[in-house]
Design a protein around this ligand. Structure first.
Ligand code: CIR
Length: 261
């Protein structure tokens, strides 16, 4: 069983950070509806959803993935690359400390959870505008004692590593070759996104199920053809905030409770 930590959409989301997409008006009510559909999809995939209360003044606070990196052994609270996002960390830490011992990335390190992709005990971390060498080195020092490796991976033309590559199964990744090299992932089976859908590489995996945006039907066909079980959700308003599907939840395995109170 998985716990999915989420947070309600902020009414200030129109003031979100944007890096690679142009600003467009965001329909907040519609974004909230889409976010509810997203949480239902997570439940369908077998997650118990824990929703944190809205942070009205923090435009990007729905994107909880960026503020923590959670493994069975601990939760690493990040120091997000965008300064406007650093006040999001404390309340997610308060929620996570019920489930895991906490560790923290300290200045001058920065790291966004969206840059952190894990395959088994191998972490790949985007060397992006949001995640720097100090942040990556600190993550390595925190997880190495638990038997994990950490490898930096350059990205280009996208916000985060997980805009470019995500996990489909224990041995397969979905990849956008324009935004990341294949070479670091050569040990895995690689499925390319459909080239007509450049943003399609970001999918959530929960056991043998996948959740992806409804706007990428061609890539969905590829995944269905490869035998994956896929749920699609319309997240168009969240996409206008440069979000996708992994960014709206923190997934942690239940039954690894820390009971720190
Ligand atoms: C940002 O620029 O930080 C937000 N507007 C979008 C963050 C999306 N996060 C993610 O994909 N992990």
């Amino acid at each position: 069983m998985w716990i999915a930590i989420t947070r309600e959409v902020s009414p200030a989301m129109a003031r979100c950070e944007l890096s690679f997409v142009a600003r467009e008006p965001i329909d907040i009510a519609r974004a909230a509806d889409q976010h509810r559909d997203y949480m239902h999809a997570l439940e369908t995939l077998g997650c118990r959803v824990v929703t944190l209360s809205v942070q009205r003044d923090l435009p990007d606070s729905v994107f909880v993935e960026d503020v923590a990196i959670v493994i069975d052994e601990l939760a690493v609270m990040t120091r997000p690359g965008a300064e406007s996002r650093r006040p999001e960390v404390a309340s997610v830490a308060a929620a996570l400390k019920k489930f895991r011992p906490l560790a923290t990335i300290e200045a001058p390190g920065t790291i966004d959870g969206g840059d952190v992709m894990r395959m088994g005990r191998a972490f790949y971390v985007g060397e992006s505008a949001r995640s720097n060498a100090s942040g990556i080195a600190q993550l390595r020092a925190l997880v190495a004692p638990h038997g994990y490796t950490v490898q930096g991976v350059p990205t280009r033309g996208c916000l985060h590593l997980k805009s470019a590559v995500t996990q489909l199964s224990d041995d397969t990744v979905l990849l956008q070759p324009d935004w990341v090299d294949r070479e670091p992932f050569a040990d895995y089976r690689i499925i390319d996104i459909d080239p007509a859908e450049p943003h399609a590489a970001n999918v959530v995996r929960v056991d043998d199920g996948l959740l992806m945006p409804a706007s990428f039907p061609r890539t969905r066909e590829r995944l269905l053809g490869a035998g994956f079980k896929v749920i699609s959700v319309d997240v168009s308003e969240l996409q206008k905030a440069e979000g996708a599907v992994t960014c709206c939840s923190l997934l942690l395995r239940e039954g690894k409770d820390h009971n720190a109170g």
